[in-house]
Design a protein around this ligand. Structure first.
Ligand code: GDP
Length: 208
């Protein structure tokens, strides 16, 4: 398919009705999936809910500005019966107690290892901050779980372009040797919609 056709396929997929399916705090509560799944992971406040809402053209599909440190839930959304979007709990909240970090790691690792339909993890990184220590740990976890993952940089409307380019180069250098890493980094802004058609197109390739 050429780029135009891909963009159109992405537009059509994300124009389908999206519905909240369920939220779980334990993996054994998650029904076996029948659709391909795309998971979204990132530090708290990275713009994950905003991105899911913007992709689906919805205002409040995923809840924006979750209180950091609240119950950690995996939320599933059905997009037109063709793909399942999975909102993984945010991580990296500085004041999170150790047990909570461990609980996050256990839940997310079990999810990553236990979902045969998981096609891709979008790992969201804030354009202003680049990779933080907690992101490096998540990248290690993704590598160990051997799932395909792609970096999606969020909030690209915020930094100056001169600051963004070195950030992108440094992310690329860090993930280059990790198993499962896709080397194409997507740059997005939920505020300006920059990069959203391209991300929709990329994800539409994985849909039924
Ligand atoms: P989450 O905790 O990862 O789900 O992050 P949210 O989606 O709740 O966003 C955190 C904050 O970043 C909110 O104040 C959003 O308004 C803001 N935000 C999210 N996406 C963007 C963006 O693309 N550009 C800008 N400038 N701000 C954003």
């Amino acid at each position: 398919m050429d780029a135009e056709t891909d963009l159109e396929a992405g537009r059509i997929l994300f124009a389908q009705p999206s519905t909240f399916m369920l939220g779980v705090t334990r993996l054994d509560r998650l029904p076996e999936g029948s659709m391909p799944e795309i998971a979204f992971a990132g530090r708290s406040n990275v713009g994950k809910s905003s991105l899911i809402n913007a992709l689906a053209g919805r205002k409040a599909l995923a809840r924006v500005s979750n209180t950091p440190g609240r119950t950690q839930e995996i939320n599933l959304f059905d997009l037109g019966g063709r793909i399942c979007l999975v909102d993984l709990p945010g991580y990296g909240y500085a004041k999170a107690p150790k047990e909570q970090v461990e609980a996050w790691t256990r839940l997310v690792f079990a999810y990553l290892r236990g979902r045969p339909n998981l096609r891709r993890v979008c790992l969201l990184i804030d354009a202003r901050h680049g990779l933080k220590k907690a992101d490096d740990e998540t990248i290690k976890l993704l590598g160990t779980a051997a799932v395909p993952f792609q970096i999606v940089v969020t909030k690209v409307d915020l930094p100056a372009k001169s600051a963004l380019l070195p950030t992108l180069a440094s992310i690329e250098a860090s993930i280059r040797k990790t198993r499962g890493a896709l080397l194409e980094i997507m740059t997005t802004s939920s505020r300006t919609q920059q990069g959203l058609p391209e991300l929709r197109a990329e994800l539409a390739n994985l849909a039924l």
